[in-house]
Design a protein around this ligand. Structure first.
Ligand code: NI
Length: 203
């Protein structure tokens, strides 16, 4: 969730980066621009080495051949994360049997508290197809970078350091294709109906 205006700035930058990548992606199809095109996709995603909610090490290659709906957040999030995960769950319900082709993935931005066990319990609230991913602080930072995720720790009460922390974070749903490339992204305000409609069109 985003708690203040300062947090909004990197969020907007993230969207500019995402949109820029997609606009660039479209413009490459325009003949005569003379651009040298390296890939046909916005530069989002890539290899990761994480641990799933059952404690098993996984890489992005383990998900090849499946559509992924990826969301970065943290299980202690009081509002936006659980709401967005619920939207994902509802959209997949609405999608019907086609939903079998999509794996919903929650990648924690708070690996210190979100252990596999914590994620296993958390994922249960959203459905059996949900996969929770955690890992070392460095591995998570690396994944955040590849998905242009903004996430910073923030004390719940600056006057009381022992009161714990929350996370300011960007809130984006990424739809990745079976080849591991980004297909599209959505902000957390998307409704279950619209997300289901998008998935029906794009998978
Ligand atoms: Ni959150």
């Amino acid at each position: 969730m985003l708690r203040n205006k300062q947090a909004l700035i990197p969020y907007l930058l993230l969207f500019a980066a995402l949109a820029g990548g997609l606009i660039w992606h479209e413009s490459e199809n325009v003949p005569g621009l003379g651009r040298s095109v390296i890939t046909g996709q916005a530069d989002i995603g890539g290899p990761f080495k994480l641990i799933d909610h059952t404690g098993k090490p996984v890489t992005e290659a383990d998900f090849r051949g499946r559509y992924l709906l990826i969301y970065f957040g943290y299980s202690f999030c009081p509002d936006v994360c659980p709401t967005t995960l619920a939207v994902m769950a509802q959209a997949l319900d609405k999608l019907g049997p086609e939903a079998r082709r999509v794996t919903p993935v929650f990648i924690t931005i708070d690996p210190e508290r979100d252990t596999p066990k914590v994620l296993a319990d958390y994922m249960k609230a959203f459905g059996p197809s949900f996969v929770g991913l955690t890992g070392s602080v460095d591995a998570i930072k690396d994944a955040e970078k590849k998905y242009r995720v903004y996430a910073v720790k923030k004390p719940l009460d600056p006057a009381k350091p022992k009161a714990g922390y929350g996370m300011d974070h960007s809130s984006v749903l990424y739809l990745m294709g079976p080849n591991g490339k980004l297909i599209s992204f959505y902000d957390e305000a998307i409704s279950p109906d619209n997300l289901a409609k998008e998935l029906r069109q794009k998978i």
